[in-house]
Design a protein around this ligand. Structure first.
Ligand SMILES: Cc1cc2nc3c(=O)[nH]c(=O)nc-3n(C[C@H](O)[C@H](O)[C@H](O)COP(=O)(O)O)c2cc1C
Length: 138
């Protein structure tokens, strides 16, 4: 039986790099992913960060309180702004169980590791739609 402790939250949000931010996008993203890969494993957080054209779309998966806390930290991060949470679901399974934080550039080919799973591939497509249109799509 599933207990409350085992619940997972999956949150999807979009944001954009602040206009005042002068660090090149690639460097900025590299630093962010360094933090994520250092911190997320011990917090049991998994997910993916898609970026392009100075915009972000991210999925965070983990225990409800952990995800909520991390989201609050990320929201205060001065490197980006205009954060919009577009989806928050209680889920039973992770879409990205093997990624402390996968990174994908908007127009890159989808790595073969992702193509193995329909759910992850679908989510990546939706994140790209979110980057382009501001909406998550079907
Ligand atoms: C778009 C975006 C996504 C981020 N994702 C994560 C993340 O998944 N995990 C994380 O620990 N920090 C993430 N951060 C960085 C946090 O805002 C914060 O800088 C960091 O957690 C601080 O920890 P550190 O001092 O260990 O680097 C993200 C920041 C941005 C702008």
């Amino acid at each position: 039986m599933m207990t409350i402790d085992q619940r997972l939250h999956r949150v999807v949000y979009a944001s954009r790099i602040r206009d005042e931010e002068t660090t090149p996008e690639e460097d900025l993203v590299a630093r962010i992913v360094d933090s994520a890969r250092r911190n997320n494993p011990r917090r049991g957080v998994t997910g993916v960060l898609v970026h392009g054209n100075r915009a972000f779309a991210q999925v965070l998966e983990g225990r409800p309180l952990v995800v909520r806390g991390l989201l609050a930290v990320i929201q205060r991060d001065p490197r980006h702004t205009d954060m919009r949470v577009v989806k928050l679901d209680v889920v039973e399974e992770r879409i990205f169980p093997n990624w402390s934080m996968a990174l994908l550039r908007d127009l890159d080919e989808v790595p073969v590791e992702f193509a193995a799973g329909n759910a992850s591939l679908l989510m990546l497509m939706r994140l790209r739609t979110l980057l382009h249109t501001g909406e998550l799509g079907a």
